[in-house]
Design a protein around this ligand. Sequence first.
Ligand code: GFP
Length: 824
Amino acid sequence: EWTVGDAQTWKTAIEAEQVDKDDVQGVANTVVRHVTTTLARQAGNLDELGAYQATALSVRDQLLKRWNETTSYHTKNAPKRVYYLSIEWLMGRTLDNAVLNLDMRNTYESATQKLGFNFEDLLNEERDAALGNGGLGRLAACYIDSMATLNLPGWGYGLRQLISSTGEQLEAPDPWLDRENPWEIPRLDVSYPIRFYGRVEAIPNSSRAIWSGGNECLAVAYDVPIPGFATKNTANLRLWAARPIQGFDLNSFNAGNYEASVASSSDAENITRVLYPNDNMYAGKELRLKQQYLWCSASLQDILRRYQKLNLPWDQLPDYVVIQMNDTHPTISIVELMRILIDEEEVPYDVAWGITTKVFAYTNHTVLPEALEKWPLPLFENLLPRHLQIIYTINMNFLNEVAKRFPGDMDRIRRMSIIEEGTPKFVRMAHLAIVGSFKVNGVAALHSQLLQSTIFRDLKGRDGFTNVTNGVTPRRWLLQCNPRLAQLITDTLGSEHWLVNLKQISQLLPMADNAEFRHAFREIKIENKARLADVLHSELGLSVDVDSIFTCQIKRLHEYKRQTLNLFGIIHRYLRIKKATPQERKKIAKHTAIFAGKAAPGYYIAKLVIRLIVNVAKIVNHDPDVGDLLRVVFIPDYSVSVAEVLIPAADVSVQISTAGTEASGTSNMKLGLNGALLLGTVDGANVEIAEDVGEDNAFLLGHLAADVEAVRYSNSYNPTSLEERSPELAAVFKAIEAGTFGDGHVYEPLLKTIYDHDYYLVSNDFGSYLAAENLVDELWADQEEWTKKSIRTAFAMGSFTSDRSVQDYADSIWSIEPDPVPEN
Ligand code: GFP
């Protein structure tokens, strides 16, 4: 116990701050205290934004108390901890999630009500925390929720970027931090120096060197408390922001050079200003490498400082620290640990390498070769000269090992090397990540297999390849976004325990045969659809029919994810409706096709797809022949909060990537959990989902991963006309080219990718896609049968919780144990 001053005074003061979880007046007191003191306002001039801020600060107080208890408990116990390094953290909003996890939602609702505000309205004042753009960043957010909930000692580390540069449809920056963010605590006392550029001097007769000169800046910590569900344990997400070492150059100022006096300060701050979207396409920009190094170096300095407080020798580091790298973005931290150990702590090279390779584990999220990060060697050497030297040594030792195993196989050595030959040369980060890690995992069974048979075939000989299938947190993706379904589950099971043991929902599978339950289940879906319809009406001025089939494809825009297949299917449907007689039209199932997702600013084809979706929507949604048979919606500014409204309302989960390309997918899990039927290819986690829900409850389509190469080859080398590959698609293309949706010629580059090589097999899978859609429509006609399958889907999703994933990591990779903070 560490105390200063009078222990009893401290204790009494801390206890006085406690608010009982059911104490409405107590909660109101804390909210009002923030209104009057922190915000310096009063009842008379308090708007909803102010009320939200005061409420958030009051909840934050609760979180911080637990955060303090957790950190001091873990400091005392010194358990082995996991550090999860992710460049993206797509957290979404915090307030609702926090009060649910604290089990104080009702109390806050009543307290704010009594203070004259509607809690739901306050929730809408919050901006999404959008440090990310897609599945990778959202996965990290689910994982830290589960780490806290499972009482695992762990922290997340990321970058506090100010503006997300996705550009999305409007190319508008997303200045999510332009209001005060109540959920982060600046730690101006926690900061570390970071060096870039400079020179390296070898120290004779040692493997050490001195790296000096260049530019230095500071990385300053901002902490975001992450509450676990129904536990005191509160994890921490530590985000780094760049700051100048000296804020202000007084000499320049005094000499009248005002610009120069602030230049160094804004230079440094620019490092963390922009978030590069992870987009399965690396760009090789110096600023990105700077960000990565700042984040990794600061995180490591922080982790090592914490370890050093234990006064243990370095070789025990792996007993206390494991670092999980979410993709290759943090790979430089392997080299940074080596540098610190060798140059600063004077640990011999081989010992340092032994320690390092027991600390790191790497998760891969893609098999697309163009997505693998590799830095031009001259750029790398200029920015991080000492790190490149260390990489050379790592590579030399590694290739010696390879040469021993495969004597004379120069080609293999070239393929496996961390340095890619050429002009310029490149540093291959994935190779470095694999060589420096004790475990490498893919994110779904099929993906983990493909890693070893395709891009990392040569590296596979090293052991340590494994699989951890992704998962999503049922707290946000069911309890929070679909409260009525959550309530139905709790009422039927008689307890809330399923929220931390999702397998339990499988007990509800027999309810598919219970007509009363089906009715209740369907009512909830209809209500969720009505809620979405309201939002679409108020935000986009669009009316949709809640009796239509809501199909939902929500994910980053990418050719391999094939929003095209869905869109061309819609055009096909439109043409069919146009041709049909009024009599025939009566038999056509009504569809509302919903798309949402972001495209990288420079991804031309992806942007064309958005443009075509939007233009098709304009025509289809206003065509009197179509009536209410078809609606097309592209939701702009996709975010976690938008997903929370979409997912509970979906009837069909569209997951149609080319087989073998989607590492896992996670919207497939969220949608399934909320009862949407899977319309999907045999790819990523769809495979495991279909296995669990049963293939007759899903609509599978398309070529299998094993056949894709052959079809691709034939598309390129035995070219057939589009007409031959798919007459239906040829008709769709004709309609587009004829200008049915405006700007006919604009889409040429998009259509050409499919006319020519059709690398992603859109034409080859189109027939199968249409056939699967027909089955969807047939089933829809029988609502009882549909609801049965929907129930069988939702309650078979028990494995796809991030609690299971994180537990898998803890058991098979991290070797860490829960360390729950005692309740009192
Ligand atoms: C990537 C992969 C997905 C995978 C997530 C999380 O997503 O298949 O589910 O990472 O592992 F592509 P994006 O960041 O590309 O959306």
